[in-house]
Design a protein around this ligand. Structure first.
Ligand code: CUA
Length: 300
């Protein structure tokens, strides 16, 4: 958060540095007063001085400092909730992953566990939750906002620097709260438009013997009951959409997006995300696992 890559994070970083500076000044003043009082304490502090320190240092001074900080902080808030001029992204917190929908003139583009935003424009992020409260936070881009079941909250980010920034659930939501991470990819507007068009397209058919066999394993294991791969018969909505899972930067910012990462996830879901609803498949034959991983990796 102290290396801002967006307008909102830059404002927050400024606020943070002012608070740190203020705290250092207060600390020095308090300790100065403490030493002064203890030094001359032997000669007895006059009653007027003692009352002055208590009322001035304990009531008046904090009231002024806190009122100034509150005014400054409230002044920042309307901008952070300003509606976007670029894009509206819907993010729903699930246990423990992120359902991500992009609003486009042609319809909704479904994705998961990764948020992509165009640089240089303000995008509105509409936040809802499945069963429990979560909090959406990309420290490099802006502040936190809670996702609350039955409510619609909004925040907006205006990223300025293209790059990949880690996002994190910032409200305790159960066993795998700490693992409820995601990547945020800020792209040049043209690159973003090309990516969004690719994300909207149905999945490419598997290429190669291994990936085709992986698609068979996916069907046979019933993965499509929970996961959707657009363009195939897999239409589950319980878990993340996998249509272009192979093109994401990583797997939930937890595992590398490669065949080893997919294999690790499928065999040990419970160790990667304790308490996750997806069962682990420790007994899946190694050849089936490799084929499945190749199929996932090929879903570009
Ligand atoms: Cu979701 Cu913590």
């Amino acid at each position: 958060m102290l290396a801002p890559a967006g307008e909102d994070a830059a404002v927050l970083a400024t606020l943070w540095w002012w608070m740190l500076g203020g705290a250092v000044v207060l600390w020095l003043l308090l300790n100065g007063a403490f030493f002064y009082v203890t030094r001359i304490g032997q000669r007895k502090l006059s009653r007027a001085w003692a009352e002055g320190i208590i009322v001035g240092g304990g009531v008046v001074f904090p009231a002024i400092v806190l009122a100034a900080l509150l005014t400054f902080g409230l002044g920042l808030m309307p901008d952070m909730r300003a509606p976007g001029d670029a894009l509206r992204v819907h993010v729903q917190g699930e246990q423990w992953w992120w359902r991500v929908h992009y609003e486009t003139p042609e319809g909704t583009v479904v994705s998961a566990n990764e948020v992509r935003l165009p640089a240089g424009a303000r995008s509105e992020i509409v936040l809802t939750a499945g069963r429990v409260i979560h909090s959406f936070w990309v420290p490099a881009l802006g502040g936190k906002m809670d996702l609350i079941p039955g409510r619609v909250n909004r925040t907006s980010y205006r990223p300025t620097e293209p790059g990949t920034y880690r996002g994190q659930c910032a409200e305790f939501c159960g066993e795998a709260h700490a693992q409820m991470a995601f990547e945020t990819v800020v792209m040049e507007p043209d690159d973003f438009a090309a990516w969004l068009a690719a994300e909207a397209a149905p999945a490419r058919p598997p290429e190669g013997v291994e990936a085709r066999r992986g698609a068979e394993v996916f069907r046979a294991e019933g993965c499509g009951a929970c996961h959707a791969i657009r363009g195939t018969e897999a239409r589950g909505r319980v878990g993340p959409d996998l249509t272009h899972v192979g093109s994401r930067v990583s797997l939930s910012a937890l595992l590398p997006n490669d065949e080893a990462g997919f294999a690790r996830w499928i065999v040990h879901t419970d160790r990667v995300k304790p308490g996750v609803r997806m069962p682990s498949y420790p007994h899946i034959p190694a050849s089936d696992l490799a084929a499945l991983a190749a199929y996932m990796e090929g879903l570009q």
